[in-house]
Design a protein around this ligand. Structure first.
Ligand code: DX5
Ligand code: ZN
Length: 214
């Protein structure tokens, strides 16, 4: 089963509550919520307060992708504001095991993200600690960028390792430049969780989600 998560970063920020409801009505599996600190990526996005507002507008699972240095410092606040999963970047901290542990202790799911250039070889030792492996298909920080095809090899490799180790509960998520065409490539390579911003928020979201699941 392919899961689809609209990235709220592409929503109309003048009506976040309505946009969250739109995702639920369209049959989304979760809302993907980006947090950026202006340092790990040179952009800013939405705040924990906006996450709390979305949490009041919908019962959908809130999957929070944090593109920040020192992710540890943000976890408690995000959980308090409604995060159901927190995905942090491997490149952003030296304290990966401690960060996993703390996210778990706060009672939410754990995701680990990799930028397109980062080698998959660093991942296998962490697989038994995570619920989601996010393989970025653009350089993080902005919506509307072109999909980086090279990441497909990494997706294939991740799928093979996860299947070989019989860790089927782990989602392989892709984020960036996902549309009907790139989604198919990712699913063929082994991804089962598709994040899409620009593509889903333009036009008929329900029809597009169904198309992505095909
Ligand atoms: C980028 C964010 C994405 C972004 C995706 O750093 O992590 O979630 O919103 O946007 P699209 O789907 O437009 O590439
Ligand atoms: Zn994201």
């Amino acid at each position: 089963m392919i899961k689809v998560e609209p990235s709220i970063f592409a929503a109309d920020f003048t009506k976040l509550g309505e946009e969250a409801k739109r995702c639920a009505d369209a049959g989304a599996d979760a809302i993907h919520f980006d947090i950026m600190d202006g340092h790990f990526v040179r952009n800013l996005s939405l705040s924990p307060k906006a996450l709390a507002a979305i949490n009041r507008s919908t019962d959908l699972f809130l999957d929070v992708h944090i593109m920040v240095y020192n992710p540890f410092e943000y976890i408690e606040k995000l959980v308090e504001c409604g995060a159901d999963q927190i995905t942090f970047h491997l490149e952003a901290t030296e304290n990966i095991p401690e960060t996993f542990e703390f996210i778990r202790k706060c009672g939410v799911k754990v995701g680990l993200a990799l930028c397109p250039e980062t080698s998959y070889s660093l991942i296998p030792k962490y697989l038994d600690k995570i619920d989601t492996l996010l393989l970025m298909t653009v350089n993080p920080g902005w919506g509307g960028q072109a999909f980086i095809t090279d990441v497909l090899d990494k997706i294939r490799f991740a799928r093979k390792t996860i299947d070989d180790l019989d860790l089927k509960g782990i989602d392989i998520q892709v984020d960036g430049g996902i549309d009907d065409k790139t989604a198919k490539l990712c699913v063929e390579a082994g991804a089962n969780n598709l994040v899409a911003g620009t593509y889903l928020f333009k036009g008929d979201m329900k029809a597009k989600i169904q198309e992505l699941r095909l």
